[in-house]
Design a binder for this molecule. Structure first.
Ligand SMILES: Cc1cc2nc3c(=O)[nH]c(=O)nc-3n(C[C@H](O)[C@H](O)[C@H](O)COP(=O)(O)OP(=O)(O)OC[C@H]3O[C@@H](n4cnc5c(N)ncnc54)[C@H](O)[C@@H]3O)c2cc1C
Length: 383
């Protein structure tokens, strides 16, 4: 693809850059609650200025930005080290799914409060025995008049403790083949039948939860994409997850690599700077090469989306590579830090611990490799 920006795209980038310079809210405060409220307030500021949901159609409160502009947006907010918008799952996945598969009534009801961060969204897909093989999920929903009654358990539900709405996939027809008996619901989290229990992570944070559903109620009108059609709707949500992330992530890696080089220069190893150590230099150079590959593959994915209208399976390659590079990068940071890395207060120690989840969240690396093998390279299927 042509990587040169058109005058219109340059103007878009410059306007955003100027706005970010002027409105950057500074560093995020410490603590889960304080951080959450800080990011909610930042998203409100973005929304008021028309910078939330930039690629959403204008009629639904977005900016109607092109795919290239969306990519520029992700690059610029990451480059500016702006805080992440709080309603990340609603903006990147829930909203685009409602736009693609929802009714006009649903679009009018749900989209605006996602943009303004009035209503936070979470994603209730994974279950204790259904992660990679999502279509085997067991949470069941039975129709009682105009309502569905839902019983089951979800797990790893990011942001459930703050969420008003859950994108919930449940089994509505136990007799249908496993991919066809599923339905995609929007479940109101604000009911006693939905119990949210936080799960502590290796970082000490609890960004995700277990969800226990004991006859939770969902109005029939809250089905997205039709009864029994939950699988293709869920795939739309997952495709958006991988495609939207790619651009921000590759810049994030570049920024982190720059910081790591700085750390190598300022850390003393064997009487000299770590940046002069041959093995460390080698590993830094390798990471630089891989970060470039990541960038070019992000553009390759964008080209596919521009040609075909939807993200392709190549998105899986970027997510897999990013997990590898980010983990290698944080491991090198700890090797450079030496015993200092044992201090929990070191930011790189936090990053190292958080990076462990990169090869699991949003699809494990093994599953992504299967997708690339079968759907990008056309290799025979194992099963
Ligand atoms: C930080 C984080 C946030 C998350 N947020 C959410 C969320 O908000 N909502 C949500 O629904 N889920 C969320 N998840 C869950 C995530 O999607 C699952 O953890 C992931 O899909 C893997 O499922 P699993 O944990 O059940 O592992 P399993 O599927 O049980 O896999 C176990 C191991 O077996 C391997 N494996 C499985 N099948 C195959 C195969 N066919 N071929 C080769 N290897 C295989 C896997 O790669 C893995 O190494 C989150 C996870 C993390 C880490």
């Amino acid at each position: 693809m042509d990587l040169t920006l058109s005058p219109q795209e340059e103007a878009f980038r410059d306007e955003l850059r100027g706005w970010l310079d002027e409105h950057h809210p500074g560093a995020e405060p410490e603590g889960d609650e304080a951080g959450f409220e800080f990011r909610r307030s930042w998203q409100k500021t973005l929304h008021q200025a028309g910078w939330a949901g930039v690629s959403w159609p204008k009629e639904y409160g977005g900016r109607g930005a092109s795919l290239i502009e969306q990519a520029i947006y992700n690059e610029e907010v990451t480059r500016a080290k702006a805080p992440a918008a709080v309603n990340v799952l609603g903006l990147a996945m829930g909203g685009p799914t409602v736009i693609a598969h929802g009714s006009e009534e649903q679009r009018k009801r749900y989209l605006e409060p996602i943009l303004s961060a009035e209503e936070i969204w979470c994603q209730g897909f994974s279950e204790p025995e259904s992660g990679s093989d999502l279509a085997s999920l067991k949470t069941k929903a039975e129709r009682h008049g105009d309502e569905w009654v839902v019983t089951g358990q979800k797990v790893w539900t990011t942001l459930a403790h703050h969420a008003k709405w859950c994108m919930l996939v449940a089994r509505t027809d136990p007799d249908a083949p496993k991919h066809q008996g599923l339905t995609y619901f929007l479940m109101d989290m604000d009911q006693d039948a939905v119990q949210v229990r936080p799960l502590a992570q290796i970082t000490g944070e609890a960004e995700f939860n277990e969800l226990f559903l004991e006859e939770a109620r969902i109005p029939h009108a809250n089905i997205v994409g039709g009864e029994g059609n939950g699988w293709p709707v869920a795939i739309t949500t997952l495709m958006h997850e991988r495609a939207t992330l790619a651009f921000g992530l590759q810049i994030q890696v570049k920024i982190a690599l720059g910081e790591l080089m700085e750390k190598a220069r300022s850390t003393t190893v064997n009487g000299g700077s770590a940046a002069e150590d041959e093995i460390i230099r080698d590993r830094l150079a390798q990471l630089y090469i891989e970060s470039e590959v990541l960038r070019l593959n992000a553009y390759r994915g964008l080209t596919h989306t521009m040609k075909h209208g939807v993200p392709g399976p190549e998105g899986s390659l970027g997510k897999w590579q990013w997990a590898d590079v980010n983990q290698a990068l944080t491991e090198l940071a700890l090797d450079i830090a030496g015993p200092q890395a044992l201090l929990r207060s070191d930011d790189w120690t936090y990053r190292f611990l958080r990076a462990r989840a990169n090869s699991i969240e949003g699809g494990t690396t093994e599953i992504l490799k299967n997708i690339v093998a079968e759907r990008v390279l056309g290799l025979p299927r194992l099963r």
